[in-house]
Design a protein around this ligand. Structure first.
Ligand SMILES: [Zn+2]
Length: 228
């Protein structure tokens, strides 16, 4: 399982309770599918990152929580599809035999670098979005839109937004004394790192939040385009 800090656990419970309050068991089932598949993939990729904080949990689940409190199933499903696509892309991309390339310029970047994509990871992300979309379409309260295609598109759009923002506006830092680059501002290499590109306030959590917002927005637009 992907471990949580105490604050992360509280945040995860808040998202679970909120989504269940908003949509009942269909909402909880969709959220659980996202959480369990993401945790299994993380364990398969044998990635041992730091425990997830409340900030990280809300970056992935906050939009779904707000959508649930507002009663918008399309927005919640789109946000969860986007979060799943991004998680699946990251974890399945870890198995890529080729190093990632930046989504914007195609330049090779180190594994795990924000904005870097692989063919395998992208296909994995599409599969993750499609799984959540199929589940959401099947569970959809009152049989409402958006359908499978719209939700898959919403998830993929969120994943792409995540990569583009990660490659462009997310703050990237460098050591003044060597060539090392970092994604965290409060890092000391030979010296404290300095901003090399992007926005200082936009970190990986902010990018995840924006990506789930894109997923929610695309799903809402898709639901308006469908017949009632
Ligand atoms: Zn250095």
């Amino acid at each position: 399982m992907r471990w949580l800090t105490p604050g992360g656990l509280v945040a995860a419970c808040a998202v679970g309770v909120g989504v269940t309050w908003g949509f009942g068991w269909p909402g909880l089932t969709l959220l659980a599918a996202f959480f369990l598949t993401g945790s299994i993939l993380t364990q398969m990729a044998e990635r041992r990152g730091p425990n997830r904080s409340a900030r990280q949990v809300l970056a992935n689940g906050g939009v779904a929580l707000v959508a649930a409190l507002l009663g918008s199933w399309p927005a919640a499903a789109g946000a969860i599809a986007a979060a799943a696509a991004d998680t699946w892309a990251t974890e399945i991309g870890a198995f890529s035999p080729f190093p990632p390339r930046l989504i914007t310029s195609g330049r090779r970047v180190t594994r795990g670098a924000s904005g870097g994509i692989t063919v395998l990871g992208t296909l994995g992300g599409v599969a993750g979005a499609a799984l959540m979309a199929g589940l959401a379409a099947a569970l959809s309260p009152r049989g409402t839109a958006p359908g499978f295609a719209s939700l898959t598109g919403a998830g993929v759009a969120g994943m792409l937004a995540d990569s583009v923002l990660g490659a462009t506006l997310q703050g990237k830092y460098e050591c003044p004394a060597c060539d090392a680059r970092f994604e965290r501002g409060r890092t000391v290499c030979h010296e404290p790192v300095r901003l090399a590109s992007g926005w200082r306030w936009l970190d990986n959590d902010g990018v995840n939040l924006a990506a789930t917002l894109v997923g929610a927005a695309v799903a809402v637009l898709g639901s308006h385009g469908s017949p009632p």
